[in-house]
Write a protein that binds this ligand. Sequence first.
Ligand code: NAP
Length: 255
Amino acid sequence: MGALDGRTAVVTGASAGIGRATAQALAREGARVALGARRVERVEGLAGELPGEGHLAHALDVTDGESARAFVDAVTEAFGGRIDILVNNAGLALGRTAIAEGSDEDDEVMWETNVLGLVRMTRLCLRHMDDGRGHVVNLGSWAGREAYAGGGMYVGSKFAVRALTAVLRKELVGRIRVTTVDPGMVGETEFSDVRFAGDADVKAAVYEGVRYLTPDDVASCILFAVTRPDYMVVDELVIKPLQQASQDAIVRDRG
Ligand code: NAP
């Protein structure tokens, strides 16, 4: 008997990293999970490996309204019209340059994905959530709580996620649970590959000498939030490695 038996869940950005681990964790607790990402072959592969039955994999680009609608249509058809949990995980950072040296194109992709995509998916899924049972979980970040030089639009987008989470909490009070999970440094994801355009040396320097969090660590926090009783809301979970107090207070093992 799993804690999420009979529940349905949507995970955006389930093709890698935290989204992938979250889909696995939700399925292990008995949820039927819908996995969305642009790399559809990846989510199809994962859906086939998940424990339990009735999972769905479908292409999803959260920046594209048509794609998002087609995804949610497929989910509601497969799940009999009801979505219980939405994990707004799809997100990315591009570059780590000063705002003065950033690019309009990168800023637009980050805003479209991390902010507008999250709002779009929330709006579409809320229509299929029952009061007293639905739950929206947003992946924020420590970058949504502390600005840092070179954080640019990524920091801006994650501050926006935090603000929008607060708006949703007030709009949905008494009906739908709203949680933000805000991690610090998480390794073993593709986040830094994307951010640094595949530059392995820069990526290695980010994680050097730190026992970073893993996607499973973050997934365990999301699972904690969604498995509390329906009357109880975990508003915010802020999680960091022991070796990270803030963006610039990181203790690294040397040698
Ligand atoms: P990741 O391994 O790069 O995974 C990102 C996921 O987002 C991928 O599955 C990717 O799938 C998906 N995605 C990107 N753009 C998308 C779009 N337009 N439509 C649909 N899916 C899209 O990174 P991660 O570390 O797991 O990050 C997941 C979330 O955690 C993000 O919101 C990130 O900001 C947040 N976070 C990460 C860290 C960290 O240190 N890693 C820390 C704090 C917060 P496709 O490319 O297949 O579409």
